[in-house]
Ligand binder design. Sequence first.
Ligand code: AMP
Ligand code: MG
Length: 475
Amino acid sequence: MPPSAAYRAATCHQDLGPDFYDIVQPARFPDLILRYRNQRWAEKVGLGSLTDEEWIDHFGRFTPLPENLDQPLALRYHGHQFRSYNPHLGDGRGFLFAQVRDAEDGRLLDLATKGSGQTPWSRHADGRLTLKGGVREILATEMLEALGVDTSKSFSLIETGEDLERGDEPSPTRSSVLVRLSHSHIRIGTFQRFLYLNEPHNIRKLLDYSVRTYMPEIWHDDEAARAIAFLEEVCRRVARMGAQWMAAGFVHGVLNTDNINITGESFDYGSWRFLPSYDPAFTAAYFDETGLYAFGRQPDALLWNLYRLAECLLPLAPQASLEQALATFEPALHREFPATITRRLGLQSKGVEQDGALAKAVWTFLHESKAPFEQTFFDWYGGALSTERAKKSPSSAIYDQASFEPVQHALSTFEPTPGIRFDHPYFAREKPCTMLIEEVEALWAPIAAEDNWSSLKTKLGDIRNMAEAYVSAFD
Ligand code: AMP
Ligand code: MG
């Protein structure tokens, strides 16, 4: 079936040329069972009218989309993993399948895979994704999107009928192929590879492509000025992403340079977790033994990664100017974080200073009281207007403590965001929708035990309901 009018083929990445990718073949799977189809986003990119059969054909067998990439491209990149440089990375179990446009704002979006078979970058691994890994990525992306975080979307999940061996799941375990929709897959590690290979002409090419495609408004004809403006822009976007994670109580888990997108869109969810209560030392990945990527260390980890991007630009711009560009990260974070907290609370910004005072009060309270993280934002959505509602909360006794007084005071100086859906049925509940690790495990258990997907479906509905309730705060 031809795609709908909204579909616009846009195969830009291949214009970069063969130094940037390898043409690969998708795996042939013994079975293809559609488990998740993101209809909302399919419609936004003009693919909403595909039948399920056609969907499986494109996102399970990888029959090319009309007027799009003829063959999948495994992208080349390197990266620092837990601060050690690894020149053997690259799309080892994924590829870029197609590029499409967001019908609303025209952004270029990638349809890229995880678990679609081996590539030259698989090293000795199988190129596959476990079904549980796919389900976890869906849960992370749905939840983050609902909480107002700029994230990649899970687009499709198809179970593929293979048995996989994994050290971190009871094995054999079921297999899947995920398609994700993402605003670029150009990572800091994509730049790092050309620094390592000493190919400044390709750094230049990648810089120009990135600016033209993802941030044309900062284009400068002078190359050094362009490199500096690019670094500043990536710092700003990554700072915003970090602020959004912190305000959402989210721990990404693996902040290696190959997992940081130059567009500042959060992506690649393996070992993520949400905080039960504020804890800067809270760590998501079981293999993060030193807590390098713990909740409270995420901003530092992001800045460390941005330094690695700056190094890649040294052939193009003076070091002192790149350092100045890096220095914009912290102020950007300090601007974005209070604004994000204010938005999460459904309140109208009162500028950096007053938003900052509110964010500080909330953060100090969460730290001292150990109140349930998400519950606090839920209870005080709309600010002082929620005083009566918060009395019915399971956390109400905590709000009577002295540590809450500064929050109460700060809240009383803010007005709710005009048009927030404060009366949405979501806010009539006692407890918010959360995604703590034990909930993730409980959602997976019936799928593993009896192929029962009903709890997952209910949860996804619950998350959408939350997203609808919050949407006006994040517009
Ligand atoms: P990730 O942890 O998903 O960001 O992956 C880090 C690197 O390991 C990337 O280069 C992946 O492509 C590669 N990788 C992870 N798991 C597999 C696998 N099962 N097969 C092939 N490559 C993999
Ligand atoms: Mg990765």
